[in-house]
Design a protein around this ligand. Structure first.
Ligand SMILES: Cc1cc2nc3c(=O)[nH]c(=O)nc-3n(C[C@H](O)[C@H](O)[C@H](O)COP(=O)(O)OP(=O)(O)OC[C@H]3O[C@@H](n4cnc5c(N)ncnc54)[C@H](O)[C@@H]3O)c2cc1C
Ligand code: SF4
Ligand code: SF4
Ligand code: SF4
Length: 371
């Protein structure tokens, strides 16, 4: 049984979709709340002429891309930061539009040939969008605080026999940036750039758009044009310009289970992390963490970058998230990595046993077929 089973049963799954992306047989499926993994017994009553049922063949590939099983970054989320700037762009966006501008500019220069992001309709129902050209980027503009397993989208790219896409950008919350980093380290170096979004929490569609906004804030979801978190409040703006606010503490309990156990605020594993906290209105805080991130940012046209960013405030919110979501994940890691057979732990702590040497997924596909 793969260790992701414990991640799910102990309600710490982020629903990033990493396991779904890598599984060679399609056993896990992530939705907005968690992954569900099918085992052989789940398929015993299925009529295979009518219904597809792919079950786990214990290859353990998924364990290598699960952000929970890899472990959280630790207390100092700034120990890999190269520099922090405030940034804005001409693109319309949630804050300074820097995320959209980076994607647009990379498409225009041929530096990427596809990118994953999240689009929404009038009812704020979301879908993972595979962007393939600069003109697609605007479709994903703005923050949706309801969650989708963006990394699941990588499944199609990994399986695509034509290998159509070679230079992939991924935008996502810290958990998704982490899964993308693990996919890059373990499976595919086609992920060119990982843009992480600073993130305190996210919600299911039902809790956010069918309860908090209509019931607690008395707004019709189809009238909402923007959602934001600012100064301790959840702020919703309607088409008519009406602005409604509710204290974050009143809605925090409705966040997803995985978010209550998440201790990565600034997307530690991204190449560039983007947020609003620490920067002025209409600006982004832009946190550059890797050489790829630094190189990428230097190529982006039409960006205004300044040093006017309050890093201490960002760090304060890192501490707040760590304090609010404190749980004994070191104990969890030690426990799950030593349960059952085969015992795959070498170090007690959170270093993964295989130390991220790349895996060959073809090998597992063959195993799956012969089973
Ligand atoms: C759930 C969530 C919580 C956040 N919490 C904070 C916070 O506490 N403090 C803070 O400073 N910033 C937070 N942010 C980040 C902030 O809201 C902006 O996304 C960020 O500043 C980038 O702004 P922008 O103007 O560059 O974005 P834009 O140029 O408008 O681009 C938005 C990008 O975000 C992607 N996106 C939108 N919604 C989601 C989603 N649910 N999951 C994955 N990708 C998505 C889109 O695909 C698009 O690429 C949060 C973001 C999310 C998604
Ligand atoms: S088949 Fe492999 S990748 Fe898929 S769920 Fe099972 S252990 Fe994980
Ligand atoms: S890889 Fe992501 S979706 Fe899968 S079990 Fe881990 S956290 Fe959940
Ligand atoms: S708080 Fe943000 S990064 Fe953490 S699990 Fe929730 S959505 Fe993912």
């Amino acid at each position: 049984m793969p260790k992701i089973d414990y991640v799910v049963s102990e309600k710490v799954c982020t629903a990033c979709g990493g396991c779904e992306a890598i599984c060679p047989v399609g056993a896990p499926r992530a939705d907005q709340l968690r992954s569900e993994i099918k085992h052989e017994e789940d398929c015993s009553n299925v009529n295979l002429f009518k219904e597809e049922c792919s079950y786990c063949v214990d290859c353990y590939a998924c364990e290598r891309v699960c952000p929970i099983l890899d472990g959280f970054p630790g207390d100092d989320e700034f120990d890999n930061v190269r520099f922090v700037k405030a940034g804005r762009s001409p693109m319309p966006g949630q804050d300074g539009g820097v995320t959209s501008q980076i994607l647009k500019s990379l498409f225009e220069q041929g530096e990427i040939d596809c990118a994953f992001g999240l689009a929404r309709n009038e009812k704020w129902e979301t879908e993972v969008l595979l962007m393939t050209q600069a003109s697609d980027v605007a479709k994903t503009s703005g923050t949706k605080y309801n969650y989708m397993p963006i990394i699941s989208g990588m499944k199609e790219i990994i399986r695509d026999v034509t290998q159509k896409y070679e230079k992939i950008a991924i935008v996502g919350c810290p958990c998704q940036a982490h899964a993308a980093r693990l996919l890059k380290d373990n499976l595919t170096d086609k992920i060119t750039i990982i843009l992480g979004l600073v993130c305190m929490e996210s919600f299911s569609y039902e809790n956010l758009c069918q309860h908090i906004i209509p019931d607690m804030m008395e707004l019709n979801i189809e009238d909402v044009v923007k959602m934001d978190f600012a100064k301790g409040k959840f702020v919703v703006t309607s088409k008519t310009g009406e602005v409604k606010r509710i204290p974050i503490k009143d809605i925090a309990e409705f966040a997803r289970d995985g978010c209550h156990h998440c201790v990565d605020y600034t997307a530690y594993y991204a190449d560039i992390s983007l947020g609003s906290v620490g920067a002025g209105n209409g600006w982004n805080s832009v946190i550059v963490r890797t050489e790829a991130g630094e190189e990428c940012l230097s190529k982006i046209s039409e960006l205004e970058l300044t040093d006017d960013v309050n890093v201490d405030f960002l760090k304060k919110l890192v501490d707040t998230k760590h304090k609010n979501n404190a749980w004994n994940y070191k104990d969890f890691m030690e426990r799950v990595w030593t349960i059952g057979y085969p015992n795959r732990i070498e170090h007690l702590g959170y270093e993964v046993p295989w130390k991220r040497e790349p895996i060959n997924i073809q090998k597992y596909s063959l195993q799956a077929k012969s089973d």
